[in-house]
Design a binder for this molecule. Structure first.
Ligand code: UTP
Length: 298
């Protein structure tokens, strides 16, 4: 079975970001800077690198910073030109030139599943990718191209799974899996959102990359609010996982690479340290300082 070529990406960024208050009082958490770029720009760049140049961003309250970031800034451009700051110009163009970014409003943040529903018109009848705007995948370990390939091979929907420790699984959606014919691909037989450790079907956690069949929309329409009283994408995927057609089956691609979570404070801090220390321009000096700082703290 072969799906259509995936060309569209949906990036939800309409959550309340309550774990980051007060920073997220007037700004979406996806705009939090990771060194010198908002988290969501890394995600847009990842989508574009996977050939997904048509992007729909789902925004909520405080949508302005997101829209402004992916729009031209005529005044800033004029100033940088006046000063002959070509490097600065290139940096601000990077946000607008990388892909065509469209916006849709979620209204009430009633959960990730509800956010995805707002993308139905944009998506139409082709499989599409979803990238969570606060979840960064290292470009050296890109997983989306493989997920798109697996979707083309098996049809249905594809999720990304990462093995986590038993005490972490309750922070994620968890998947029951069966081995597939390829080492990095499994069949997902059932899914549960943020299970208690004792009830988790495995330690395979759902991470923020999906390639979904458009049939997900009609399932989401009928999905009642679940955990946290939110319409959960995981619950709709659980329905597709039981099907052999109409949006199913659900396969999982196992991810073993570098991933950075920017959605909570501790992981956000770790992300910045990891990414900054690998930058050619900042890394060497930053690491030297960091080593000294840590030895003084002991
Ligand atoms: P999270 O649960 O991590 O985001 O949702 P949140 O609700 O903003 O965070 P906290 O728990 O209050 O701190 C995962 C992704 O889904 C989006 C978020 O923006 C994030 O990218 N989301 C979530 C929506 O777009 N709409 C929603 O209603 C909920």
């Amino acid at each position: 079975m072969s799906g259509n070529r995936v060309t569209k990406a949906v990036i939800p960024a309409a959550g309340l970001g309550t774990r980051f208050l007060p920073a997220t009082k007037a700004m979406p958490k996806e705009m939090m800077p990771v060194v010198d770029k908002p988290a969501i720009q890394y995600v847009v760049e990842e989508a574009a690198a996977a050939g997904l140049s048509d992007i729909l961003m789902i925004t909520g309250r405080n949508k302005r910073p997101l829209e402004d970031h992916f729009d031209r800034s005529v005044e800033l451009e004029a100033r940088l030109k006046e000063r002959g700051d070509l490097a600065g110009l290139e940096l601000i163009h990077a946000a607008t030139d990388v892909a065509a970014v469209h916006f849709v409003r979620q209204g009430d943040p009633k959960g990730l599943g509800h956010a995805i529903l707002t993308a139905a018109t944009f998506v139409g009848s082709e499989p599409f990718a979803v990238l969570l705007g606060d979840d960064l995948i290292d470009p050296r370990d890109a997983i989306l191209p493989r997920m798109i390939e697996v979707q083309a091979e098996f049809g249905g929907s594809v999720i990304a799974l990462m093995e986590v420790s038993p005490d972490e699984i309750s922070l994620y959606g968890a998947a029951a899996i069966e081995p597939g014919t390829e080492a990095d691909v499994v069949r997902v037989t059932s899914l549960v959102e943020k299970p208690a450790a004792a009830e988790a079907p495995s330690n395979y956690a759902v991470i923020g990359r999906y390639v979904l069949s458009p049939e997900i929309f009609e399932v989401l329409e009928k999905t009642p609010p679940g955990r946290g009283d939110e319409i959960q994408l995981t619950d709709a995927l659980q329905v597709l996982a039981q099907r052999d057609d109409r949006g199913g089956p659900v396969h999982g691609v196992l991810f073993k690479g570098r991933r950075y979570d920017t959605g909570d404070r501790l992981n956000y801090l770790k992300t910045i340290v990891q990414i900054a220390s690998e930058r050619n321009d900042l890394g060497p000096e930053f690491l030297n300082w960091l080593k000294e700082f840590i030895s003084e703290k002991r």
